[in-house]
Ligand binder design. Structure first.
Ligand code: AMP
Ligand code: ZN
Length: 465
């Protein structure tokens, strides 16, 4: 399988460092709010990648972190007057519910930043000891980018203009170079009680160090694939490379893969621009997780994708063509459950082309063209009555195989139910904690999804509105 490696700026064959085992790391969500479907474009792309690697026969160990301490999570918890843990738990739960709705497979590990502070401190201490990092007067620790000669290799930056050692005093921090970045942030009043002890004083980790510490803990000092959206390339991933390679002296990651943005009217979907939809927003308009997944996964991951409700309507039409074809095959198969050794020629051709397309940097538009080409041919043969039960059963089997990669061929059915069930549980937890405002908010949200909730002595009861 060939992929585009951002580090080398070229297509490369994936050859894992360990025989037949691919270790990959994904920058996960900051759990301060619900993720929007732009974020899910990145997670769906990573899901496609891990599913396809497994389809090719690799064992995959996939790690996705949860950023549960940063400026936004702290601010949110202070505003909500709840502990950081309680505040982020709600969004962690929501995130996992959304992953299910989108049929995204579980990663092998979901480490949370707050559970790995000791690992981060050890890594920072290594960098200080080796002279790559320094403590400033206020008790923060910075990485000195001038000391790491390869800085800029991922984002292809020309660093010659940056004078290391030119001391810059900024409003908040004292850094030796304006581009140096924080590994450890000294505690400040606005952080409330969110702080940990460290050799440099009380404080909290910077964002970048968390991904270096957690990826290396679960995947080793060198591993195969690191993914994220293109906005992560600089500075986040550049900084991860600098910290990790400076500490270990070894190459950090072999292949860097980045997905392009989901945009709305040409602008990146983002919280800050306010042009975003959460998954709940889209579901409440009557679309399913399956349809959202189809839209997000069907474009080439490295190309910008424009989000629109028209695209969701298109997905609905494409999915019903697939469903109809499967129904016809099921009817033809009848009670036959035997699978033949070989596929009919039109399906065998599709099987080969499907692999060729995905081997080429996960070319989904081509893979889907193959799938719909096969449906077209298959329908013609079904019309002529030339398909017998065993053959139909064998093609259905092939579709199941394809679905291990695509994750949208099966009618989900339970998708809306999953999110509704989770909301009911969240509301029960809020009621138990006597958090009536939250309980009301969830009731309103359920109403938006088309459900009325009534509390009875036997527990909550749902009624479709
Ligand atoms: P964040 O929570 O902002 O760190 O983002 C989580 C993941 O979503 C990262 O991999 C980002 O690169 C990715 N991401 C954020 N916005 C978009 C977007 N509009 N399209 C695609 N990926 C995005
Ligand atoms: Zn990261």
């Amino acid at each position: 399988m060939k992929i585009y490696n951002t580090l080398k700026r070229q297509m490369e064959e994936i050859v894992p460092l360990e025989n037949n085992h691919v270790r990959m790391y994904t920058c996960g969500p900051t759990v301060y709010d619900y993720a929007h479907i732009g974020n899910f474009r990145a997670y769906v792309f990573e899901d496609l990648l891990r599913r396809y690697l497994k389809y090719c026969g690799y064992r995959v160990t996939h790690v996705m972190n949860l950023t549960d301490v940063d400026d936004k999570t702290i601010k949110g918890s202070l505003q909500a007057k709840v502990s950081l843990d309680e505040y982020t738990r709600k969004y962690k739960d929501a995130f996992f519910g959304d992953l299910k709705t989108l049929n995204i497979e579980s990663a092998e590990h979901y480490p949370a930043a707050t559970a790995h502070i000791p690992e981060m401190i050890v890594l920072i201490a290594r960098l200080v000891e080796k002279g790559y990092a320094y403590r400033s007067d206020d008790g923060s620790v910075y990485f000195s980018i001038g000391k790491f000669k390869d800085y800029g290799k991922l984002a292809h930056l020309d660093m010659s203009g940056l004078r290391a050692g030119a001391r810059v005093v900024q409003d908040e921090y004292e850094k030796e170079n304006v581009a140096d970045f924080a590994l450890w942030k000294a505690a400040v009043d606005s952080d409330g009680d969110v702080a940990w002890d460290s050799p440099w004083g009380r404080g909290r980790p910077g964002w970048h160090i968390e991904c270096s510490a957690m990826s290396m803990k679960y995947l080793g000092e060198s591993f195969d694939i690191h993914t994220g959206g293109i906005d992560n390339i600089f500075p986040h991933h550049e900084d991860e490379i600098a910290q990790s390679e400076a500490a270990t002296g070894k190459p950090f990651v072999k292949y860097w893969m980045h997905c392009a943005h989901l945009v709305v009217d040409g602008r990146k979907m983002s919280k800050s621009l306010g042009n975003f939809f959460t998954l709940r927003d889209v579901l409440s308009r009557g679309y399913s997780g399956r349809e959202v997944r189809y839209v997000l996964v069907s474009a080439q991951y490295s190309q910008t994708l424009n989000f629109s409700f028209d695209a969701l309507n298109g997905a609905r039409a494409s999915l019903s063509r697939i469903d109809e074809f499967k129904e016809r095959l099921k009817e033809t198969a009848g009670s036959v459950e035997r699978v033949k050794n070989s596929l009919p020629a039109w399906a065998e051709k599709a099987k080969q082309e499907f692999k060729v397309a995905l081997d080429n940097d996960l070319n989904m538009p081509e893979a889907l063209a193959t799938l719909f080409g096969m449906i077209h041919e298959g329908n013609k043969v079904l019309n002529s009555g030339a398909v017998v039960g065993e053959e139909a059963c064998t093609v259905l089997h092939l579709l199941t195989e394809f679905d291990h990669v695509l994750g949208f061929l099966e009618k989900g059915g339970g998708e809306a139910d999953a999110i509704v069930k989770r909301l009911v549980e969240e509301r029960q937890a809020a009621r138990k904690a006597k958090n009536w405002a939250e309980s009301d908010r969830i009731r309103d949200e359920l109403a938006k999804l088309g459900w009325e909730i009534k509390d009875t002595p036997q527990g909550p009861k749902l009624r479709k509105l």
